[in-house]
Design a binder for this molecule. Structure first.
Ligand code: NAD
Length: 526
């Protein structure tokens, strides 16, 4: 089938190459001339596993790149819109990129076309697109409009596209439903995975995926509601982690206990410095705006956003508590991307934390396996960039882990201790087991987990008085938890010296702990 994909960003490029992988003839169009030139020269504008491989084997055959939208849509039966939908004022979606793409399609298309919105857009956008097409198209052209939200995650985008949990198509006509089923047939019937050249299927991916056909409006809502729910889940566990810090409980244990309830599920229950990226912050705001327009109060969404912001502030307070005065401190930073596996730094919590620490007068040397180029465009020469994790740590007063790259979870901790000026690690992603890091001679602070027994700063945990938690913790919680303000990472260890880890969950777990590596559930990364 002949398909045009408009936009060659994280979604457009992955969708275009994925559809070519499925056997379609795809033309991917972008108005960013540099991107198109890079792609046509065999380069790759973004970092995603398998993407270079898939693009290389299809490019010039069933996958082509152009900056001419009329050329791209001329022979296409299906036109997939995958342009950006950034946040506008008041959190409402800025649909100007979608609008200009639709107007251009209307001006040049002939025959019958199915327009598919893959960009994340508010409910009613398919109606609005229909109106634009009706009033701008040529007489000899007819259109169908469908919604096909994309659920891929950066870092695992290619395998997410080719082995999704579910495919949601919002269609308001039989012909649109038929065309989209045809487009996805090799995924729906599982035949793609059987091809010898197929990208390998991740173990956890269901085969075949659930294929969900809904109305266009429902599909539009499914995407916004999904992202808002995931963001809420992250904020929920972060708020729970903050309670754990006050009472000396371990958020990993609590997450496991909550997440093993099949009604809740284990994913997105990892405490840390909060969510970021090009989707969650703007989609939460956009869904709030949708609710507001519909006259529906939805304070959960605002609370998810607020907790997320506060989580970064809490982490900076932890750095302050561990180091005292921040001015002049030299910090090694691991991770600048908004999450592991991608070079995307849009709304990255790591960049925001680096920014705040710079304004506090810290000097920073950072390392990220993929995102340093993009980070440099934002941070310029305000920080130094290191060639690896150990040079980032060299002579630093503390090492901060801000992105959950896999390679940051298996550092040589002895070497880290030797190169640091002060042996302090602040882990905003809970990549390590506290006991293992402490055994390696490092002072270790993470999110929502007790300091291990024997750690220099471990103190008796909070007690409850008059219904309020009285904590030795260094982080204040909305005026209820009393802090002794001693700047130490207290409040982690509970009264009986139990470090929250010795729950006898088997030898494999103990071994992982000895190695200092965090024991995780076999969940797909966020
Ligand atoms: N990034 C993700 O993880 C992700 C996941 C699911 C859904 N989404 C949604 O998908 C959409 C795209 O996201 P993205 O991250 O790929 O954005 P992006 O900014 O990486 O890419 C968008 C691309 O569209 C191009 N573009 C804009 N207007 C154009 C036009 N008129 N003609 C041709 N090209 C045009 C831009 O030059 C850019 O290359 C957004 O709505 C986003 O919310 C993103």
């Amino acid at each position: 089938m002949q398909i045009a994909v408009i936009g060659s960003g994280y979604v457009g490029l992955v969708a275009a190459s994925g559809l070519a992988e499925l056997g379609h003839n795809v033309v991917c169009v972008d108005n960013d001339l540099d991107k198109i030139a890079t792609l046509n020269a065999g380069g790759m504008p973004i970092h995603e596993d398998y993407l270079q491989e898939v693009v290389s084997r299809r490019h010039g055959k069933t996958l082509t790149f152009t900056d001419s939208l009329p050329d791209a849509v001329a022979h296409a039966k299906i036109i997939v819109i995958a342009v950006g939908t950034p946040a506008g004022p008041d959190g409402e979606v800025d649909l100007s990129y979608v609008e200009s793409a639709v107007r251009e399609i209307a001006r040049c298309a002939t025959g019958h076309k199915l327009i598919v919105e893959k960009s994340t857009v508010p409910v009613y956008t398919s109606e609005w697109i229909r109106q634009i097409l009706r009033s701008n198209s040529r007489r000899n052209c007819t259109f169908d409009v469908a919604s096909n939200p994309e659920f891929l995650r950066e870092g695992t985008a290619v395998t997410d596209f080719l082995y999704p949990d579910r495919i949601v198509v919002g269609v308001d006509s039989d012909s649109a439903a038929r065309l989209l089923r045809e487009m996805y047939t090799p995924l729906i019937d599982g035949s793609y995975s059987e091809r010898p050249s197929a990208v390998p299927k991740p173990d956890a991916a269901p085969l075949p995926p659930l294929y969900i056909e809904t109305s266009a409006k429902s599909a539009e809502l499914i995407k916004h509601a999904s992202n808002a729910f995931l963001a809420m889940k992250i904020s929920f566990i972060n708020a729970v982690a903050n309670i754990c810090e006050v009472v000396g409980a371990d958020v990993d244990e609590v997450s496991q206990g909550i997440g093993s309830d099949s009604r809740i599920g284990a994913q997105f229950l990892r405490a840390g410095i909060g969510y970021g990226g090009a989707c969650f912050p703007k989609d939460v705001a956009a869904f709030r705006a949708v609710a507001r327009k519909c006259g529906v109060e939805f304070p959960l969404l605002e609370n998810a956003r607020r907790i997320n912001e506060e989580q970064r502030a809490r982490f900076i307070e932890k750095v302050r508590a561990a180091l005292g005065e921040l001015r002049g401190k030299r910090l090694g930073v691991l991770g600048l991307a908004f999450k592991g596996g991608t070079d995307d730094v849009r709304e990255s919590p790591a960049i925001k934390i680096v920014d705040s620490l710079l304004s506090e007068g810290c000097r920073i040397r950072a390392y990220d396996p993929a995102a340093m180029g993009r980070a440099q465009q934002i941070l310029g020469s305000r920080i130094d960039f290191a060639v690896d994790a150990y040079s980032a740590a060299k002579d630093a007063d503390a090492l901060l882990i801000l992105t959950e790259w896999k390679e940051f979870a298996s550092l040589d901790l002895d070497r880290i201790r030797r190169v640091l000026r002060r042996p302090i690690v602040l882990d905003g992603r809970n990549l390590y087991d506290p006991q293992g890091v402490t055994t390696a001679g490092l002072e270790y602070h993470s999110v929502g987990r007790p300091l291990p027994a024997g750690s220099p700063d471990a103190k008796p945990a909070s007690v409850f008085t008059n219904g309020h938690a009285k904590s030795n913790g260094h982080v204040k919680t909305n005026g209820h938890a009393k802090s002794n303000g001693n700047g130490n990472a207290n409040g982690y260890l509970n009264g009986n010296g139990h470090n929250g880890n010795g729950n006898g969950n088997g030898t494999g777990r103990e071994k992982a702990r000895e190695a200092g590596v965090r024991q995780t559930n076999p969940v797909r990364a966020e």
